[in-house]
Design a protein around this ligand. Sequence first.
Ligand SMILES: CC(C)(COP(=O)(O)OP(=O)(O)OC[C@H]1O[C@@H](n2cnc3c(N)ncnc32)[C@H](O)[C@@H]1OP(=O)(O)O)[C@@H](O)C(=O)NCCC(=O)NCCS
Length: 403
Amino acid sequence: MEIRPITADEVPAFRQTISRAFGDDPSDDDDADERFRAFFDLERTYVPFDGDEMVGASGSFTFDVSLPGGTATPMGGLTVVAVKPTHRRRGILNSMVQAHFDDCGARGEVVSGLWASESSIYGRYGYGVAAPVHDLTIDAPAAGVPAAPDEVRLITVDEAGKVFPGIYDSVFTARPGQTSRNDVWWKEREFRDPAHWRGGASERRYLAAFRDGTAVGYATYRQKAKWENSVANGSVTVIELLGVDSDARLSLWSLLCSIDLFPNVTADNQPPDLELPWQVANPRAIQRKELDGMYVRVLDVPGALGARRYGTSDRITIEVVDTMGIADGTYALEGSPDGASCSPTTETADVTMDVATLSALYLGADLADTLARAGRIDGSGEAVARFGAMLRSPIAPNCPEVF
Ligand SMILES: CC(C)(COP(=O)(O)OP(=O)(O)OC[C@H]1O[C@@H](n2cnc3c(N)ncnc32)[C@H](O)[C@@H]1OP(=O)(O)O)[C@@H](O)C(=O)NCCC(=O)NCCS
């Protein structure tokens, strides 16, 4: 079966293949195909054809992903993965993932990242959960969110267009796991708001927090009204909330948790180390559900490990087992808070793991000890402790957006 990039003429069929796989229909607004062509890099599509029939879809976003220690590295973001129900379980996904890895390799992307529809699919390709998330359900009146110092204003989408990208860029490397955004991403993903994306809720509302006249944080949300026995029980869905510091974030949470008639606040894909539960009077009013979040797959071990920074200054040898033969080998990693280098070695490994395990640790999630106890890292207790201390990030990785 041929796997190839699509042409501009094939965009309608591509969009239909993706939508159908996820139980939807492509939107039929006049310029949808044209916008898709402007947004999506068609050269980065890997699409299977059975004769003339398009029988699946997949493609990549071109990102930088932020890393521990305030650096970033190129990452191919695998997305829109779908196989027609008539052609499932014939190895088409295997071929599309291989095509994506080849493409990442050719472009110097040392890691791949994705969000999975099912957590059972991607471990076989060497992906590990690198940035787990918390989905929050907040009983806002009960939580007791304190007031905070920054002034919060509702702004228009045009004003948001001037304010949000600058704030995002300023916090981009402050937390590992965040993906870079260009102008077309902001336009199509953050500021476009067609009615069929709203799920019966309001259009997006845009908030910004200001300190001495300077924007220091922002939030995007929707509202959905509900009345029960004449009592208001509406919901606020927070789409994204970012701030330059804790005061900025608390100012936004404080506003979002105090909107009259809307006592239920939900916020998906929050970082597991969110400070909010430690700031409120009643933390149990903030229910947290942990989910898998963003997956990462290390493709080039020296490139990937050399790009990030480390919690301790140490040297360790790592054997990586990769059944796909991409990252296989033993490597010496020398790293510190200021820099790192990694190269193949013939030395005996201090720690041994499969590539999905290394990938789960790559963004700094505090997991080495757990993974060793789960039987996924071999090595002495002392070696695992040193390895874990090196890789752990004081700021938990988080990708605020599903792609
Ligand atoms: C997930 C999907 C892309 C798989 O495509 P496919 O072509 O049937 O997959 P393949 O035949 O290449 O399967 C490769 C391997 O993955 C396994 N696999 C495929 N889908 C799986 C799933 N949903 N759960 C668990 N294992 C799965 C296969 O059993 C096979 O394992 P094997 O090598 O041990 O035999 C397809 O089922 C689909 O389009 N699903 C709906 C949309 C979706 O969920 N897309 C993923 C978005 S992240």
